[in-house]
Design a protein around this ligand. Sequence first.
Ligand code: PLP
Length: 417
Amino acid sequence: MTAAPGKNADRGDAAIDVPTIRGQLPALSRTVHDKPLIYLDAAATTPRPQPVIDAVTSYETNYPANVHRGVHELSGEATAAYEDARRRIAAFLGAQTHGLVFTRGTTESINLVANTSGGTLEPGDEVLISALEHHANIVPWQLACQRTGSALRVVDVDDHATLHLAAVEDAITDRTRIIAITQVSNAVGTLTPIREICTLARSRGITSLVDAAQAAPHMGVDFADTGCDFMAFSGHKMYAPTGIGGLLASPSMLDAMPPWQGGGDMIRTVSFESCTWNEVPWKFEAGTPNIGGAIGLGAAVDWLGGIGMHAIAAREQELLGDAVARLHSIDRIRLIGEPTKRAGAISFVVEGMHPADVGAMLDRHGIAVRAGHHCAQPILERFGISATVRIAPAFYNTHDELESFEAALRRIIDVFG
Ligand code: PLP
């Protein structure tokens, strides 16, 4: 369902040219179960814009060569495009070019840190995470703690799912070595005071990692300004293909870390007795990377930058406000988490109905939502449930779509609830 030009302007769509944006996202124009697709699942993955599809297609079609190792023209072109993508993506996220390690995404980035910096943990040391974390920011730390005899500590949220700086401060002890916290919760949408947390960590000499998987698509994320040591993100949540993402850190920090995965490209010299390592960030990029993915992510940040992250954030706040109000207006719906600051997602349950059933019935209306534990079981347990329905509107959605979502939900509850 595409908004007619100007139709939504007086409903707050003026800053972003929604019809044009939607025209650049081909997946949005398809139908599902004979209904126009209403895609409310950006927190799981985002649709890919045509410039990203074109950039990947151009690499695969015109210069599908390996990087850093060929003397021929195609390899030179691939290397230039891959490294230029690194430069643009790092700049977009406020990091130095050589402070961006390409990974498969947030999960691999956090595992990289947990397996390298995490290796410096000693028995009795503590890693502090929050109750909001995605499994990707829990399990790697659990494994690191098991390997090193250190302990995983969790700072709780309040009953609205807000994470308070004071609670983080209270949870810090003289054994806290690493604080790893999400900037935005994928499950309940909490926006955390990440800058303050990282400033606090730095003042206490504690290493900090920010899981920016859900923040990067929704606001102007700035690695340097956040004041963290590490930041992890996923390309597919910011309009790029799957299988590409990154870890941001200062080059000197990366330099001081031991390598993680071994193989081609991450070495300078190899003999059977010993190796020397490549410079950073390539020291952490063993094997043939996802070249097309990196080029696609470069195109994605160009696209996002052209629209403007401030405009995106403003429009999404307005859509979230509309969606929250609509959900509040329906009897038998309970929002899970009403944090003071929200981005990205809204979770809810319908009294007497299983979230999976609600999700499946919305799908019959052409409405894509997620139902389940959202890879964040502990925060749902914190609220005494095991699953929710989650909607994650993004700037390409329209108020008309939210109206259709509300109408479908009311119908489902009336007929099946
Ligand atoms: N962290 C958060 C907050 C997420 O929402 C996700 C994915 O949903 C991840 C980490 C893991 O991202 P990926 O599966 O792209 O590695």
